[in-house]
Design a protein around this ligand. Structure first.
Ligand SMILES: Cc1cc2nc3c(=O)[nH]c(=O)nc-3n(C[C@H](O)[C@H](O)[C@H](O)COP(=O)(O)O)c2cc1C
Length: 339
């Protein structure tokens, strides 16, 4: 049903400006998520029990999760599991609500199945997310898959005060989410990626771990890091006591994009895969026993299988859902069950 209607829905959405299509879709899912979700669940079911995974202390009903950035303010949380996702990451949220960068800031490349974005953490802030999560929990519609919050630095906060900014969000959301992801890898907040360096990272992670009060913390890394930078970030993360690493975020590179219009921002989707795959390999090597969530350009079950076989605890995706539509995760789960 979802697969049948998708070509039509996609042709309408792809005629719209990318950000307008995004807001329209999320508005629809916020307000009509229940009936659409019921249809999706009917069509796809839940991930087969054999696909359940562990991510540190968390049990994931399926190995494929929703990556951060699609549902920044957590408006459609009960809906995502109906597509077959085994875990859902909302955010990035920041301590201060902020509008993000000027538009246009989101660009689709359908032929390359790629997206370039420089959204700049547009979000309603972690306080608004906390209230929404509280209401959702009280409503009894909290989903039966782990939900995590990705936290980042507010643009107005200087880099030197970043730890306090992250900790504010974590304290507000503590007790409401199943894990936190510390995002130090978005290319769209000036200076943010410097937080991956030794000078900032250790203090940042210790502060966040203190504030998280036992809720698992993951660290999300960029695919543009060198081997040495990955090794050092993973080592610091281990020493600080994080639960795992998410690799990777978007790249500032443009390899694989057939037509580069020169828009600044992070690239995701199909052209990211070779780089992300390579960097995930390095992260796995450095991580040892520390769980790794693989993300970056995943489009089919073979790539999911490859990453799980390579040692990833689970995977996430965003861009391929935009190009392939809502039946993608159920198709992946069915195919993984058979492999
Ligand atoms: C439009 C857009 C917005 C994103 N926003 C965020 C974000 O707020 N925080 C974050 O950690 N990652 C963000 N990402 C990165 C994704 O979570 C993911 O790491 C990246 O897109 C690679 O996966 P993909 O190729 O499956 O999309 C965003 C990606 C896209 C396409």
């Amino acid at each position: 049903m979802l697969d049948l209607s998708w070509p039509l829905v996609r042709s309408v959405l792809f005629r719209l400006d990318a950000e307008r299509a995004h807001h329209l879709t999320l508005w629809g899912l916020e307000h009509l998520g229940r009936p659409i979700g019921a249809m999706a669940r009917l069509a796809g079911g839940t991930p087969p029990a054999s696909l359940a995974r562990r991510l540190g202390p968390l049990t994931l009903p399926g190995p494929v999760g929703l990556a951060a950035g699609l549902d920044k303010d957590g408006v459609a949380i009960p809906f995502w599991p109906s597509l077959g996702f085994g875990f859902v990451e909302v955010g990035t949220v920041t301590a201060h609500p902020q509008p993000g960068n000027p538009t246009p800031r989101l660009f689709r490349f359908p032929r390359d199945r790629a997206i370039v974005n420089r959204m700049g953490f547009n979000n309603h802030g972690s306080e608004a997310l906390a209230s929404r999560l509280r209401r959702l929990r009280e409503s009894g519609r909290w989903p039966d898959v782990p939900v995590g919050a990705n936290v980042g630095k507010s643009k107005v906060t200087p880099l030197e005060e970043a730890s306090g900014d992250y900790a504010t969000s974590v304290r507000r959301l503590q007790g409401l989410v199943d894990w936190f992801t510390v995002n130090v890898s978005s290319p769209n907040t000036p200076g943010l990626r410097q937080l991956q360096g030794a000078a900032f990272l250790s203090e940042l992670l210790h502060t966040v771990l203190d504030a998280s009060d036992g809720t698992p913390v993951l660290l999300k890394l960029s695919p543009d890091l060198s081997d040495e930078a990955i090794d050092s970030a993973v080592e610091l993360a281990k020493q600080a006591g994080v639960t795992g690493i998410v690799a990777t975020n978007t790249t500032i590179g443009r390899d694989g994009l057939t037509r580069d219009p020169g828009e600044a921002g992070g690239m995701s989707g199909r052209p990211l895969w070779p780089l992300a795959r390579d960097r995930i390999g390095r992260v796995l090597q450095a991580a040892g026993d520390l769980p790794v969530v693989g993300v970056g350009g995943i489009e089919d079950a073979e790539q999911v299988r490859e990453l799980l076989d390579a040692g990833c605890a689970a995977v996430q995706l965003y861009s391929s859902l935009i190009f392939q539509g809502p039946g993608l995760i159920h198709r992946m789960n069915r195919s993984l069950e058979g492999s």
